[in-house]
Write a protein that binds this ligand. Structure first.
Ligand SMILES: [Zn+2]
Length: 130
């Protein structure tokens, strides 16, 4: 198995990442707007929001703003990670484990586009073996 994704596959990842970026950038904007008006109970989140699951048990208004700040920060972090993933696609290091140089399965790269280690190496890292 070649330890590199083909151009077609990389394009697929790229599209998926770009789609995620646009979704999250949108949400971060909406949340930012929501922070401006505390009367907005839903925080302006769309029903198909990737965060809506976590918003299901939204508490009182006083916690609402805190929560939105948290979501916004998490959204920004996630955005950064996705942008890093795009850079890796451009420079050709995307999807290759930096420890063992093996190809990281596409399911994992779809889920965690900024992953730089395969699951094996990640587990070893946790145990302090890498
Ligand atoms: Zn590895």
């Amino acid at each position: 198995m070649p330890n590199k994704y083909s151009k077609a596959e990389l394009n697929k990842f790229k599209k998926s990442i770009e789609h995620k970026i646009s979704l999250i950038a949108n949400e971060v904007d909406i949340i930012k707007e929501g922070l401006g008006s505390s009367s907005n109970k839903q925080g302006g989140l769309t029903p198909d929001s990737i965060y809506s699951v976590h918003m299901a048990d939204a508490g009182t208004d006083s916690h609402e703003q805190e929560k939105n700040f948290m979501l916004m920060n998490r959204g920004s972090d996630y955005l950064k990670n996705l942008e890093i993933a795009l850079e890796r696609i451009n420079e050709g290091s995307f999807g290759v484990c930096k420890i063992c140089n093996e190809l990281i399965p596409s399911e994992r790269m779809m889920e965690v586009p900024n992953a730089t280690k395969c699951v094996n190496c990640k587990e070893k890292g946790k145990l302090g073996l890498v």
